[in-house]
Write a protein of this length. Sequence first.
Length: 452
Amino acid sequence: MSNDTLRDLSQNPLVQRLGVPRIPVLRRHSPGAPLLTGPALVGVIGAGAFAEPVRALLEDAAVEVIASPDAGDEGKVAAVVLDATAARTLDDLAAVQQFLTPAVKRLAPGGRLLVLSPESDPSEGPLAGPSIDTDVEAAAVAQAFDGLIRSAGKEVRAGATANLLVVSPDAAIGSSVRFFLSARSTYVDGQVVHVGPATVEEPADVEHPLAGRVAVVTGAARGIGAAIAATLARDGATVVAVDIPAAGESLARVANQAGGTALQLDITAPDAAQRLIAHVQERHGHVDLVVHNAGITRDKLLANMDADRWNAVMAVNLRSQLTINAALLESDVLSDSGRIVCVASTSGIAGNRGQTNYAASKAGVIGMVRALAPKLAERGATINAIAPGFIETEMTATMPLGTREAGRRINSLRQGGLPVDVAETVGWLGQAASGGVTGQVVRVCGQSLLGA
Ligand code: NAD
């Protein structure tokens, strides 16, 4: 589903000869496809405890593992993973550079650079040491990975990505490592995600990591929501697709294709939360994943903003999420491995002209996620936000050409994302095994240069 003519043209060698750089065609997941299409280079700094489980995960996925940038046949590698969780000093950081410099040279087009770094809070776990100065150096080193990875993301070429997992000593990293190495994370670039412990084991069938789970998706009749419904169903979930009655026909189509049920519901109605909960309780007894995707725009400069536009956007984008989440917390319908995923926007991070109402609502979603994460943690559940950047949808297809072209190109991958890229990210966060990821904001924006 691409209407990106420039990207298509740039594949032509004649066009490249005119000086137009090739815009990479991104690899996307298809059922049964291998995790990686080549070997993975896995390194470790000092006594890092995560390289071994990463190697085991890769070997389980039939990926050849190479231990050093100089080993193997010196050909390209599909992924570079560095366990730098034991890094505490500037000398350790120098060792990180010594590993990564030759390693990134070997990274194949569309490759994955994934670094695991320690938490920066000196009061947490192993960073607490006898000397305050040592703690301060360790905290500085931990934070240094942030700048390193965000810069590497801007350097790696040809559709390759670079991401950072900040992991606690007892973190459950499996589902996150698998996501970031796979083609499912193709438009997730330059991101920093904290991963903590989780009680739930890895899924038995990694091809269907949502098997047996019940998922509600709002705004599912079209666009990103329809892609989320299809992707969650592909990964094994039973989907309840929610949208307004006016979208009933396309909602029914999406629900049928996903093999799930349709619920016609205006999420701003006063009884929306109760109706939603009653529906899942009657049909399924519980819900494992709630995806707050429905959203609207009513753009106007602040100077010309009226209360109707302001309130309409707040009602759909923020108030409905607050109300439904409060009702979920009060009820026992959300399972113990419950996951809530809230769709925000990079507009809520970077701001966007004409979108004070929309950006305020989306920034509000991020605030809500951070406030609710500790409350949900008490019952083993998580809540995270996804902030999409420029995604190729009906909405972006109708933008004026100049605005559309600018939106597409100002990111490290030099193209827009697809609805499925947001959907795959929901699929990762929605897994029971992703219980260590909560309160996070993951941007699906190809490392947009705005609001980075
Ligand atoms: P879309 O307009 O194509 O789809 C939104 C869906 O939400 C529609 O089916 C609509 O009927 C439904 N909806 C609206 N109000 C509702 C209500 N009161 N009750 C129930 N359903 C309702 O939008 P999209 O582009 O697919 O965006 C999906 C989400 O992603 C939104 O939250 C949007 O803000 C966000 N987002 C999109 C982009 C992008 O580039 N398209 C970028 C950043 C964020």
